[in-house]
Design a protein around this ligand. Structure first.
Ligand code: AMP
Ligand code: ZN
Ligand code: FE
Ligand code: FE
Length: 279
């Protein structure tokens, strides 16, 4: 039995609906799925219902953008109470930061003589949590870039002329926000962000686990992070980080997390709730 614990829908920058993701999960015989849209939990209700119909266990989650020691890192929250009022009010703030950032990126593109219309980006994104992939897709759609990769390489990647930094919460705040909503906090794809030196501070702040298995982690990278989880006694997660189709196929299910890790996650959440009752 396997799980895929890193998935995006069109409630952030993915292209699949929750129902499509659940259907692909079923085709891939996955036992458990987690939805981890950027800065939102909006898709979780539909995804939960679709997974139930498909006979798949569902874990409500999110992916927060945070910062530690001046580096951007992503923190996954799992088993969240999606009605938690502080979680909802904080992510709403980050959604408005995202919307303003889109306006700023488009203004920069316009200054660079790329005549992209901000309303076209918002119409294409059609969600509260828009991001750079929507800008790139709108550029391709308007014939202003040959491909998504080209849009990122020329304009949107960190350090490129239309890149706008995002206001972020500190990693400690992100971890605390997830914990107070009943969730587990997991460092996403550390192999992408080169954040090894931050791990001790994150553990100190209460980090629960590391995403060892990820589409962009080599076997060596996964093994490296498995060793770190051993060293700090952290939980292990993994997922495809599916944003839709990739090279003609849905990416969901291409990274398979053995289900035993899901059991360990559930035991950790159960312990956490007993501890909070005894407090
Ligand atoms: P944002 O949250 O707006 O900063 O956008 C981050 C998202 O952009 C990531 O989750 C990826 O889906 C996507 N992304 C980041 N870098 C690239 C890239 N070089 N090419 C294509 N997509 C990218
Ligand atoms: Zn994304
Ligand atoms: Fe990420
Ligand atoms: Fe992601």
């Amino acid at each position: 039995m396997y799980a895929d614990l890193h998935l995006h829908t069109f409630f952030s920058d993915g292209t699949f609906s929750p129902e499509e993701l659940a259907a692909h999960g079923q085709k891939n015989h996955l036992a458990a799925l987690a939805l981890t849209d950027h800065d939102t939990v909006e898709g979780c209700a539909r995804m939960g219902a679709a997974c139930q119909t498909a006979g798949i266990e569902f874990i409500p989650g999110t992916e927060l953008t945070a910062e530690q020691d001046g580096n951007e890192l992503h923190i996954l929250g799992y088993f969240l109470d999606t009605q938690n009022s502080r979680l909802l009010s904080e992510i709403t703030k980050f959604q408005s930061v995202r919307q303003n950032r889109i306006r700023e990126m488009v203004a920069r593109l316009n200054e660079l003589d790329v005549p992209l219309k901000v309303d076209d980006v918002f119409a294409l994104a059609n969600c509260r949590s828009p991001g750079r992939p929507h800008v790139a897709r709108a550029m391709v759609k308007a014939g202003l870039s040959g491909s998504l990769d080209e849009a990122f390489e020329r304009y949107l990647k960190k350090g490129r002329p239309a890149w706008v930094p995002k206001m972020k919460m500190s990693a400690g705040e992100g971890i605390e926000l997830i914990h107070q909503a009943g969730g587990l906090a997991v460092l996403a794809h550390p192999g992408l962000n080169r954040t090894d030196e931050s791990i001790p501070a994150l553990v100190e702040a209460g980090l629960d686990g590391i995403e060892c298995f990820h589409t962009k982690h080599s076997t060596t990278t996964s093994e490296h992070y498995l060793e770190i989880t051993d060293q700090y006694n952290l939980l292990v997660t993994g997922g495809s980080d599916c944003h839709g189709m990739s090279k003609g196929k849905p990416l969901i299910g291409t990274v398979k997390l053995p289900y035993t890790h899901v059991e360990k996650l559930k035991e950790a959440v159960a312990r956490r709730s007993v501890e909070s009752l005894n407090r």
